[in-house]
Design a protein around this ligand. Structure first.
Ligand code: GLA
Length: 379
């Protein structure tokens, strides 16, 4: 039987838009209680949703992938299909909080590329949580939506992610970046004035499948570092609490790998704060230098880059019209974020696409984005 949720004439009660995010600087610092500097963007997933009158039957249809997920609210458990886990995980976490859901039908449509490091996953989780909250009047706050979406990712998808992606997707504001302190979970909005430069994402179109397992490994390496430092007598709770000098003094207690990981995190936190000041004072060159340093740390100390990302950053470094470039997100593929002179963007894209294709035989996709508002109801 043709499911009505697949139909083009599907009439929703509500339409919710949930954006992806960029991160200006501050990678792998969120789960280390540090600072990050993301913004929501004007690429998003739309959720067209309505109650279907059933007690427990739900249907979610992706118009892009032409895939239907049907499940019962009484039996929500992880699936083999990754995209289904974003949906199921959110429903599970909402029910776990004791909220009563009923059957719903939902159509999804997205212009967010998957695996590009711009958080289509957080957009999916937060958008559905936001939609169900409105549809069933659950009384969840924005912070509840962020936290339950993060738990969905931990428990159903299996990535022990930090809070950055969900926070940015929900809290974003037009033309602003979010300087988020992940220890207190408080933020300062910083207006983005980048003229005569602009942000350009370059999607490598590779997504090495190390990403999730290596992500969890990095997280546990940082935890091991903290344990060792604590056992050596330091009064710290996270890598946020230690200075670069103190870490270097403790180098002998740590294995070379753990030391490198910790050093990266401590330095990256400092870079985020310096980058925020640089932006406030309109020092774009300083901001760009910090982007390059961040990439260098991600490549050599945290070791989450890959040849395709490094190629793009090296290329940028040789271009007089690019002030900064770095890999963005968890790593092992996805996008670089670049600060490029506006009037040079088109020729830069043409040039770097050609060079990338010659080197790897892969198409490079430029994605132009604007800092935009967080998850919202379109109607
Ligand atoms: C992924 C995670 C985030 C963050 C970044 C790296 O996007 O979901 O929590 O850790 O990687 O900065």
């Amino acid at each position: 039987m043709h499911n009505p949720v697949k139909s083009e004439s599907f009439k929703p009660e509500l339409t919710i838009a949930s954006p992806g995010r960029i991160n200006l600087i501050g990678e792998h610092t969120d789960y280390n209680m540090g600072f990050v500097f993301p913004a929501a963007i004007d690429r998003r997933i739309e959720f067209r949703i309505r109650r279907n009158g059933n007690l427990d039957e739900c249907n979610v249809y992706s118009t892009d992938f032409k895939k239907l997920l049907s499940f019962s609210l009484e039996e929500v458990k992880p699936s083999e299909e990754e995209w289904e886990n974003y949906i199921l995980g959110v429903v599970f976490e909402i029910q776990k909080l004791g909220h009563l859901l009923k059957g719903f039908d939902c159509q999804l449509q997205s212009d967010l590329p998957i695996g590009a490091g711009i958080s289509s996953s957080a957009a999916m989780e937060c958008g559905l949580a936001f939609a169900l909250n409105s549809l069933f009047d659950l009384g969840l706050s924005k912070m509840d939506i962020i936290l339950l979406s993060q738990r969905a990712e931990h428990n159903f998808v299996g990535t022990q992610c930090g809070i950055m992606d969900q926070y940015a997707s929900v809290m974003g504001q037009t033309n602003q970046a979010i300087l988020l302190d992940c220890r207190n979970v408080t933020h300062e909005m910083i207006p983005l004035h980048l003229e005569p430069y602009t942000l350009l994402l370059l999607n490598t179109n590779v997504s090495h499948n190390l990403a999730s397992s290596e992500y969890n490994t990095r997280r546990s390496e940082c935890e091991q570092g903290i344990e060792i430092l604590k056992n050596s007598g330091m009064k710290i709770n996270s890598l946020r609490d230690i200075s670069e000098d103190d870490l270097i003094e403790s180098k002998r207690n740590l294995s070379p790998v753990i030391f490198k990981r910790c050093l990266y995190v401590v330095r990256e936190n400092q870079r985020v704060l310096r980058a925020a000041s640089a932006l406030k004072e309109n020092h774009l060159e300083e901001f760009g230098k910090l982007m390059y340093q961040s990439h260098d740390g991600l490549k050599n100390e945290y070791e989450v880059s890959c040849p395709e990302l490094d190629f793009l950053v090296d290329y940028a470094q040789n271009s007089p019209h690019v002030l900064g470039s770095r890999m963005m997100g968890g790593g092992f593929g996805g996008c670089t974020i670049n600060l490029v002179r506006k009037d040079y963007v088109d020729s830069y894209i043409e040039e770097i696409k050609k060079a990338y294709n010659q080197e790897f035989g892969i198409d490079l996709d430029p994605i132009q984005v604007n800092p935009s508002r967080g998850t919202f109801a379109m109607s």
